[in-house]
Design a protein around this ligand. Sequence first.
Ligand code: AMP
Ligand code: MG
Length: 476
Amino acid sequence: MTIRFDNTYARDLQGMYLPWQGAKAPDPALVWLNDALAEELGLDPAALRGAEGVAMLAGSAMPEGAEPLAMAYAGHQFGGFSPQLGDGRALLVGEVIDRNGQRRDIHLKGSGKTPFSRGGDGKAALGPVLREVLIGEAMQGLGIPTTRALAAVTTGETVWRDGAALPGAVLARVAASHLRVGTFQFFYARQETARLRVLADYAIRRHYPELSGETDRYLGLLHAVIGRQMALVARWMGVGFVHGVMNTDNMTISGETIDYGPCAFMDAHDPATVFSSIDHQGRYAYGNQPLLARWNLARLGESLLPLMADDPSEALPDVRAAIDGAEALYAAERRAVFGAKLGVEGAEDALIDGFLDMLTAQGADFTQAFRHLAKAARGDEAELRALVPDPRLEAWLDAWRPRLRKEAAQVMERVNPVYIPRNDRVEAALAAGVGGDLGPIHRLLRAFADPFTRVDGFEDLEGPGTPDGYRTFCGT
Ligand code: AMP
Ligand code: MG
């Protein structure tokens, strides 16, 4: 198997990672391969299915040209700073240039202990690996920037979680890069300003090349990441996505969603929605995500300060202004996302919030409400009225109808999904998948590939279904 790697991270960022090898998997077996993504990357799916390919995907043996390494990073986890996290169970295999000329990382999660493991076993279990497959592909289908799963393999090993023996697995993940806010924090905390500069220039070359050579490029980098992250979080909000663990090590510089550990989609609209078992304070609740994204971006701004001026305090007003400005940027992104959902151009907050407030008051399903609204735009208001029996609905509809854009219903049906990963159906598919039956996962993947188009026979994939007390888990 030949893969044309071009490993800039290994080459340009020496001292910011540790060269490392994966653990030998006793009996690696391919469970799922993303053929379309493999082809997009210029990889041969047949070769990935072969012994050499599966060995690479399991982290057991690397093909020529791979320079596997564990990345160093730090991070604020639930507000508390950990100066050293890093790839504790992951490896960057290498980078390839895809069919569109984009550089992409091939990365493994669950490939064994590294010097960053901090007492963890370095492993992953099959259920959470398949969860990452499902949710990542769903985000892709929804048109939201995301890291994606290339493959899931079992290792033949047993992984222990809470006293239960689970099948060990490795996820092969593809990302525009694995640079995180926490990567910058690692070197900022160690006051390694020279390395910080090398890192920032690398990030600029890789993700924001238009800033290269600009004198104020580090402030430019901050603005650019703020722009992408505010757009990203607005898109999350538009589909009811709750990331669940928005620590600074889980926020990318590229603007892709990363780390589908404890994430889940909301059914009934409620800003306080939390699924993660460890998020006791609701820090990363659905409605808090824009604020917490800004908090993380402030940590990025802080980390870039030493690059902006010899006396960092001189750069502080610019960084403050950038972070303050993020609020208005988010508000504009949100208006664009929710305006499209409402079928209204230039929708103002009052119209958006008027609808959302009724959904909250009635405990109405977020996803269905917008699909019913699209139907209302075609003149059939019955389902909407049944779902949102709110005394304010009549007045709201009267204000909304004259605002509808041209071809509103078509636009609304292109942005308001029929299918999202419903928690009970995701859990059922994962349980089947772990038991060896991938049928339900393939079925969900088919629905998520084009979630805006209703498919005959998939009626059971619509509608709410979050079991009482539903909880998700990190680091599994
Ligand atoms: P996460 O919650 O997945 O974002 O991970 C946070 C940190 O914990 C990262 O440094 C991971 O590499 C590390 N980590 C999570 N699970 C494990 C594990 N089973 N073994 C070693 N490190 C882990
Ligand atoms: Mg993480």
